[in-house]
Design a protein around this ligand. Sequence first.
Ligand SMILES: [Mn+2]
Length: 358
Amino acid sequence: MKMTLRWYGPGYDSVTLEQIRQIPGVTGVITTLYDIPAGEKWPKERIRELKKIVEDAGLKIEGIESVNVHDSIKIGTPDRDKYIQNYIETLENLGEEGINIVCYNFMPVFDWTRTDLAKMRPDGSTVLAYDQKVVDTIDPQTFFNQTNDNSNGFVMPGWEPERLSHVKELFEAYKDVDSDKLFANLVYFLEAIGPVCEKYGIKMAIHPDDPAWPVFGLPRIITGKESILKLFKAVDKPYNGLTFCMGSLGTNPKNDLPAIIRAVGDRIYFAHVRNLHHFAPGVFEEAAHLSSDGTFDMYEAVKALHDTGFDGPIRPDHGRTIWGEKCMPGYGLYDRALGACYIEGLWEAIDKAEARGV
Ligand SMILES: [Mn+2]
């Protein structure tokens, strides 16, 4: 595995590349061109410029998170082919620059959803949290406004303000899109981008839905082992792979995380490792990465990645906000750095135990 950190790029991230490089074991970043709206083509010069910034800091771009998919592609409107063509050209430009892991998601309207971006824990740290009861009693527009207002002034992925004015129209546009249609549109998209992925060895790593069930009446289709395997069967090509996101799949306590890793195996191209603390069904908060701070057995998950020969980029995921840091909720430096070292410690122990035949 290659330990990485997500980095939003110059001007969008409170964390610097110099800081990231000082985290032991971190050799690369997962980044993006954050200012380019979904559906637009990424110019080659911009990719090259980003690559140079990262490499000048002594790091490597290990993958892109994300190249976002335009809503027309998800809805399946007649203009989708235009946006798919732009996506293909973006992949071509990334491939030309030697970048070949692309994380994306296929969630309608909203990206990840949390009802509290700064829930205070007893130790004074704050975390992102979710309570289904809140989602059940709020309208999507209000929810969108609240999420934006509470982001410490940072633009959060999937919650870009320019989308704000379109929430109602987007809901209208999705009204006939059920889970079958959304799935068919995903398959259409993946088949269309197949040739460019195969030409450049690009691995498309779909990010699971977060939370792993329908919210605001919108369908969610990548929610657990069965739906992931269904997608791999529908487009049975190596470029069609998974971002194994523990926090997202783990929102549903019925998802057996190590079992999903073992079932999906070598189609996991990128891993997000984090811990959640569950209070009740549909009520959870994000925890420190350590097993004892949350509900997941982090050792068992990392062991499953190790056992399946995972050699792609891995990153700590949302961290707590600690030590007075001012940062985008979930994306501070300190707790993610602690998370990276913890995951590396687990990995080293598993590696050495295996080498000694323990
Ligand atoms: Mn994730």
